[in-house]
Ligand binder design. Structure first.
Ligand SMILES: NC(=O)c1ccc[n+]([C@@H]2O[C@H](COP(=O)([O-])OP(=O)(O)OC[C@H]3O[C@@H](n4cnc5c(N)ncnc54)[C@H](O)[C@@H]3O)[C@@H](O)[C@H]2O)c1
Length: 264
């Protein structure tokens, strides 16, 4: 190691959750290689201490190889990988063109597999409790109308986590998924936030905590999952959704406060 910091490679680093994670991890003892294809947004985190940026497309095997080589060269090794880049793709089952479906699978699934494959040799060399986190979604565990393509990609990621945890656990490398609920100030939610206030409020009402998450609340879970505090957490899909997917029916008391139901 070039210094006593551990090093994390994080994709989708220029996005809402990605930027929050870069800031949190760099402030809490990590070197961060921040990877994204959006060079304008990457520039926002370029000057931060302990952060290096790399403009790359996660669907390119060459770019994935280069990002790991760069992290090793710049920081002396790779101790954690956070696969966080993704694209959305809402639309009815019969409406989404196959070309768009392929693109979603290409970025969200192939991109993840390529990143993990590229990183494994470096993670094997780590003596700092190597770990991988893949950002899935509550859409990786449940369904939603007109969100099947994105959901399929996110379900598949959890399948990879389940199997790979059993393939590399013996080498001391952990892999887990993070499943965020609706998170504010992100590309994933910008359309809802800016264009459809009623949909925004409706999604919040669906959450027992009655609000959207802040991006840093997702970054905190990522940090936990790659930290020694999670040293026995492996093959797990950790949900951070304010309690949404475990319930059915109302997410909060209809009256707005607790009450005793009348006998009937
Ligand atoms: N925001 C939410 O409500 C929410 C909910 C559940 C899951 N997620 C997941 O969280 C993760 C982070 O998303 P976000 O909410 O911050 O959205 P975001 O759109 O702000 O960030 C995604 C980032 O991925 C990058 N990216 C996309 N394709 C890429 C490619 N081919 N190569 C390199 N970079 C690429 C984008 O440039 C962008 O910066 C995603 O995996 C998303 O599916 C988000």
């Amino acid at each position: 190691m070039a210094d006593d910091r551990k090093t994390v490679v994080l994709t989708g680093a220029a996005g809402g959750i990605g930027q929050a994670a870069v800031r949190r991890l760099a402030s809490n003892g990590w070197n961060v290689l921040a990877v994204d294809r959006d060079t304008d947004r990457l520039a926002a985190i370029a000057g931060l201490p302990h952060v290096a940026i790399f403009a790359a497309d996660v669907t390119s095997e060459d770019d994935n190889a280069r990002m790991i080589a760069l992290a090793e060269e710049r920081f002396g090794g790779v101790d954690a990988l956070v696969i966080n880049a993704a694209i959305t793709g809402g639309g009815g089952f019969e409406a989404i063109p196959f070309a768009r479906f392929r693109q979603i699978i290409e970025v969200n699934l192939f991109g993840a597999v390529m990143g993990i494959r590229a990183a494994l040799p470096a993670l094997r060399r780590s003596v700092n409790g190597p770990a991988i986190v893949v950002t899935s979604s509550t859409m990786g565990l449940g369904g939603e109308s007109e969100n099947w393509a994105y959901g399929a990609s996110k379900h598949a990621l959890i399948g990879i986590v389940h199997s790979l945890s059993r393939e590399i656990g013996w080498e001391g490398i952990r892999i887990n998924a993070l499943c965020p609920g609706p998170t504010r100030d992100t590309g994933m939610t910008r359309i809802v936030e800016s264009g459809a206030p009623e949909h925004f409020a409706m999604l919040a009402r669906n959450v027992p905590l009655q609000r959207w998450a802040d991006a840093d609340e997702m970054a905190a879970v990522m940090e936990f999952l790659i930290s020694p505090a999670a040293s026995y957490v492996n093959g797990h899909a950790m949900v951070a959704d304010g309690g949404t997917i475990n319930g059915t029916g109302l997410a909060a008391p209809a009256s707005g406060q607790g009450r005793v139901m009348p006998d009937h």
